[in-house]
Design a protein around this ligand. Structure first.
Ligand code: EPZ
Length: 428
């Protein structure tokens, strides 16, 4: 298993291009199952999760072709997906367990094919990750669902019918599955307490480009008028707001001066607000974000609570904690979305961080300096938290199991080395 070897202490300085959003590209890819026409996605990031989902779609009869970079300086790739017909309704355990977002084939398969047999994704490091909200809502559209042998057996022999659905709690994936299923259902569907994440808006923009009739994306109530069929379209994946926030926090933590390009800074206003309060300087343009700080002026600890969008994203919680570990004073960090998303805490403490956990809250007391150590990555965002800690720690940090990182960060060591970081990958 590959590992990253880092030596900390250099402020980051330079430019980092932001890739297409992983959490937008994945649902966009499953939307291709809704039509027999080709769906062309541009600015697709080169990530392990994308490759895994491409394998899953291939199981269902999708024909995929990847082209090089797009036009004019795009960093992403162009992915063309066409599914003339659904040849197999099964999403197998060995693939779904590798990438939970495979559950997003459920809605499209039911809508297009009337049947789906999708392995239950199972939990992961950050929580049990149930899919009850997806299943209950699909049953309201008329699907008949049974759980057997670790698989979800879903059928809609008479097709799906629109319904008024109120989610008991906000779920990004359940909102996405229902948007895709309802696009081809008969009649009107209303989704109340829908997720408002920008990736939902990106999926709706693509679905409407395919001929769907969806209104209200970005608000908590979305309405969908079902249509008989959808056609292909071309769609550019939005920039990755979590990658943007990750590198912004790395720049602030190291006391550097970094400009992020090809991004949409307004998508992480909740982070920007806290970083300015902590003492970072931030300048934003239409597609750029510059983060800089006088190395002589330490950051100050600020409290944070994760919430559904537009609140502070749970996917930036670990990275924020790494940044607060060497800030002045203290920061109270509350994780309200997932029940076990503090796996990075013991590893940060091995590097000298001073953190106390009380249920879903971590009290981080800033320390003068972190010290490099061999550490273990446990999940995607915990891994990149350790990279940020390694950038500021004195001495050498070795991060094991970096396959977690490769799932969500495109060429991270290249992007950081280009800004002066001492980071290299050791393949094994
Ligand atoms: C998406 O996961 C993202 N993944 C996650 O990013 C992100 O952390 C999460 O949304 C929250 O923003 C992708 O988009 C591929 P949820 P998702 O359904 O859809 C509970 C990353 O690091 N829940 O909004 O699975 C659930 O357990 C990943 O890129 C149910 O109880 O998240 C959690 O506590 C990690 N029943 C909460 O709701 C359900 O049926 C929010 O989950 C579904 C969810």
């Amino acid at each position: 298993m590959d590992k990253l070897i880092m030596r900390g202490g250099q402020p980051l300085s330079g430019t980092i291009p932001i890739s297409g959003a992983k959490n937008a590209a994945l649902p966009l890819m499953t939307a291709s199952l809704l039509t027999s026409d080709p769906l062309i996605l541009r600015h697709v990031p080169h990530l392990a999760d994308i490759t895994t989902l491409a394998e899953v779609l291939g199981e269902h009869g999708a024909e995929l072709s990847l082209h090089g970079h797009g036009d004019g300086g795009e960093t992403g790739r162009v992915l063309s997906i066409a599914t003339p017909q659904i040849t197999n309704a099964v999403a197998p355990y060995e693939l779904v367990r590798k990438m939970r977002a495979s559950i997003l084939v459920l809605g499209p398969l039911l809508a297009r094919h009337g049947e789906a047999k999708v392995s239950l994704p199972g939990g992961c490091a950050i929580g049990t990750r149930p899919v009850d909200l997806h299943l209950k809502a699909l049953e309201q559209l008329g699907a008949h669902i049974e759980l057997e042998g670790g698989y979800i057996h879903a059928r809609a022999d008479k097709g799906l019918k629109g319904a008024h659905i109120r989610f008991p709690s906000v779920s990004v994936g359940a909102t996405e599955n229902l948007l895709m299923a309802a696009s081809l259902a008969e009649g009107e569907t209303i989704l109340e307490n829908a997720a408002r994440e920008p990736e939902i808006g990106d999926l709706v923009a693509c679905l409407n480009g395919m001929g769907a009739k969806i209104r209200g994306a970005g608000s908590e109530t979305i309405s969908i008028s079902g249509v008989a069929r959808l056609h292909g379209t071309e769609h550019r994946v939005i920039p990755d707001r979590i990658e943007t926030g990750t590198y912004a926090l790395a720049a602030a933590a190291t006391g550097g001066d970094v400009t992020l390009t090809g991004t949409r800074p307004e998508l992480i206003d909740s982070l920007t607000e806290l970083m300015i309060k902590a003492g970072a300087d931030i300048e934003t343009g239409a597609e750029t974000m510059r983060i800089f700080r006088d190395p002589g002026r330490a950051l100050e600890g600020v409290d944070m609570m994760t919430q559904p969008y537009p609140g502070f994203p749970t996917d930036l919680q670990a990275q924020f904690m790494a940044c607060m570990a060497t800030a002045g004073g203290a920061a109270m960090i509350s994780e309200t979305i997932f029940e076990n998303r503090f796996m990075h805490v013991p590893e940060l403490m091995r590097m000298g961080a001073n953190i106390n956990l009380h249920g879903g809250t971590a009290l981080v007391r800033g320390v003068e300096q972190l010290t490099g150590a061999p550490v273990m990555a446990t999940d995607l965002r915990a891994s990149v938290c350790l990279v940020i800690a390694g950038l500021v720690a004195k001495g050498e940090t070795e991060i094991n199991r970096v396959y977690h990182l490769d799932r969500g960060y495109e060429r991270i060591e290249d992007k950081l080395s280009a800004c002066g970081a001492s980071i290299r990958r050791e393949r094994s």
